[in-house]
Design a protein around this ligand. Structure first.
Ligand code: M6R
Length: 608
């Protein structure tokens, strides 16, 4: 979603802000802008469209100064336009503000300010902040911001500058991510670390209700109320290049190929002497874990699909009943939550608004919440009682890939840990499973060595408008992910069907040449799956089958066949999803689409 960058120092701010915004492009945006302070005057330039449009405008008419804020906007209140782009300023150009989030009471504030004569030029909720600041201006940026923020309800991350104080900027966080970068004679504000990594590795992660005042020389952290806040600097160890394409054509491709490494990192240190060990990471005592009598998984999109696989893993290994909910539905269905419910919130970004709302609902109901996330210091990581990191590394492409496989591996580790604690798996089973898990990175690697057959199939389906994915059991969960991936980056309509359901309606759509992707990797239902494939073939479908290496049956009933290495059935989704990710990727490439930034979508969905 929206991205924020702020700079104060001795270098020209324009370039630093634009470069910072470029690093945040992956979050998704439809307009961009910057505002700089020079000789006590604020000037802003903003444009609808890509950052290059803003750069063009800046080339023609640059902004100079050593203090500034920048923003990439993803429209919520008001269409994408120059006027609605940030930064927003008050009519007297006293304040410039960039905002991520939603000001829920903006209509009331706007009406109040309009009555006082303030004229609004945008449709956004954010503009109200600039006018409110002007209205409450007491000559001091910090105290004015404090008083303004007290009037605002909603979620926000803010960066604010005031023309009368060219040596200061202020950042405020309430429910939208914000970090402060600490440099040498310069300091930064950003929504995310990649934006400032080129300049500093030392950051403060602001918590909800916190504020930072930045000058060139120092950073002061307080609560919005003014109490001082003492927190440690977080030193970023990963390299800037990790967040770049690294020789691949697209971030998605890079992230697919990073999966063997990512899975290795997820497993590292968690299988000791061949047995799972999460004792150091989970603070819940064994007695508390034993009391868990139901698990709810809440997540969105790809993370939700990981949860569907997790359900089977947790139920089979730990014998605890699991319900999986799309996070946006969870709190509206009044779920039965007790103190012996464990709620698992899965989120790559850790900032997905719906997942956070479900997490908060679970906490309100008295459940223990365990977050599975990829982002250290994210809201999920901070708000959950327990956290298991996926350690996939930054995921930039909107289409989630390595996040999914590492979420599956983390869920499997958790399943094993619970099974160990509650005693549902013996030492031998624990150890055999751990051995199988340790082989996953190398097996994933083998799936990435030759992708020619998938590329060929991608060329075949690139001209199609509709496609079905079918599977049974865990294969059904995996085809849901395969279908989402294809839809979001190739714009081909596809549906994922439980293969046994086809005869109850969907089969009516099958006609000569209709493309179908059939997963048949679950041995327990393999024969039933073959029958379903034959039903499709009989109606003219063109079927690509995915089976286990050594399976001689599935290949006989399909038009084309791909195979994946054998592992335990419950771990197979970690491997079977990879050809589907590659298929979506290559189809998007063949269609000439924007693989990493599909239309209408954002990487981090921080509004409900
Ligand atoms: O950051 P999260 O894991 O919470 O994001 C959840 C979904 O928005 C995300 O998985 C989305 O479905 C992806 N674009 C799918 O590729």
């Amino acid at each position: 979603m929206c991205g924020i960058v702020g700079y104060i120092g001795s270098k020209p701010a324009q370039e630093i802000l634009v470069e910072g915004l470029r690093k945040l492009e992956y979050r998704g945006y439809d307009s961009a802008g910057i505002a700089l302070c020079r000789e006590g005057k604020l000037e802003a330039k903003k444009t609808e469209g890509p950052l290059t449009a803003l750069e063009k405008r800046l080339q023609a008419d640059p902004l100079t100064g050593h203090l500034g804020i920048g923003h990439t906007r993803w429209a919520t209140h008001g269409k994408p336009s120059d006027e609605n782009a940030h930064p927003h300023m008050d009519p007297g150009h006293q304040f410039a503000v960039v905002h991520n989030g939603i000001i829920e009471n903006y209509l009331g504030l706007k009406e109040e300010l309009q009555k006082k004569g303030y004229t609004f030029t945008s449709e956004t909720d954010s503009e109200v902040i600039a006018h409110l600041l002007a209205d409450l201006d007491d000559g001091d940026l910090v105290s004015t911001v404090r008083r303004a923020v007290r009037r605002m309800r909603g979620a926000y991350a803010l960066a604010i500058i005031r023309c009368g104080e060219p040596d200061k900027m202020v950042a405020v966080r309430l429910a939208s991510p914000l970090i402060i970068g600490v440099g040498d004679g310069e300091n930064f504000i950003a929504s995310d670390i990649p934006a400032i990594l080129e300049h500093t590795r030392d950051v403060y992660v602001l918590e909800d209700g916190e504020m930072a005042v930045l000058t060139r020389e120092w950073v002061e952290l307080t609560t919005i109320g003014g109490d001082s806040v003492d927190k440690e600097l977080f030193h970023v160890t990963w390299d800037a290049v990790t967040a770049e394409k690294d020789g691949y054509d697209h971030f998605m491709q890079k992230e697919i190929f990073e999966q063997p490494r990512a899975i290795r990192d997820t497993l590292a240190g968690r299988l000791k002497d061949g047995i799972v060990d999460l004792y150091g990471e989970l603070s819940l005592a064994e007695e508390d874990l034993k009391k868990i009598d139901r698990i709810h998984v809440v997540a969105c999109g790809t993370a939700y699909h990981a949860g569907l696989v997790g359900k089977t893993i947790l139920e089979k290994w730990a014998h605890i009943p699991v319900e999986v909910d799309v996070a946006s539905e969870y709190r509206y269905r009044n779920p039965l939550i007790t103190s012996s419910t464990l709620v698992i919130a899965i989120s790559q970004s850790g900032e997905t608004a719906d997942t956070l709302a479900a997490l908060r609902e679970a906490k309100k109901g008295g459940a223990k919440v365990l977050g599975i996330t990829n982002v250290v210091g994210s809201s999920v990581a901070r708000e959950a009682d327990e956290v298991l990191m996926t350690w996939a590394g930054p995921e930039v492409s909107v289409a989630s890939t390595k996040a999914y496989t590492t979420q599956l591996v983390t869920l499997a580790l958790l399943g094993l840990h619970l099974a160990r604690v509650v005693g549902t798996l013996g030492r031998e089973e624990l150890s055999d499973t751990a051995t199988a898990m340790l082989r996953l990175p190398e097996q994933a690697e083998s799936l990435l060595t030759d992708t020619v057959a998938i590329e060929q199939f991608a060329r075949g389906i690139a001209g199609q408008e509709n496609l079905f994915f079918i599977g049974r059991g865990l294969d059904h969960a995996v085809v849901m992910e395969g279908s989402l991936k294809l839809k979001e980056i190739s714009y081909i309509h596809s549906e994922a069907c439980a293969a046994g359901e086809l005869k109850h309606g969907t089969l009516a759509l099958i006609e000569e040449g209709f493309p179908v992707i059939a997963l048949a990797t679950q041995q327990a239902v393999r024969d039933k799956m073959v029958s379903n494939i034959i039903e499709m073939k009989a109606r003219g479908a063109h079927v690509l089958g995915l089976a286990l290496e050594g399976d001689t049956e599935v290949g006989k009933s399909v038009d084309e066949i791909l195979t994946i290495p054998k592992t335990l059935p419950l771990l197979t989704p970690v491997l079977s999803v990879i050809p589907l990710q590659l298929l979506a990727y290559h189809t998007s490439v063949v269609r000439g689409l924007n693989v990493d930034k599909p239309r209408n979508l954002a990487k981090s969905v921080t509004v409900e």
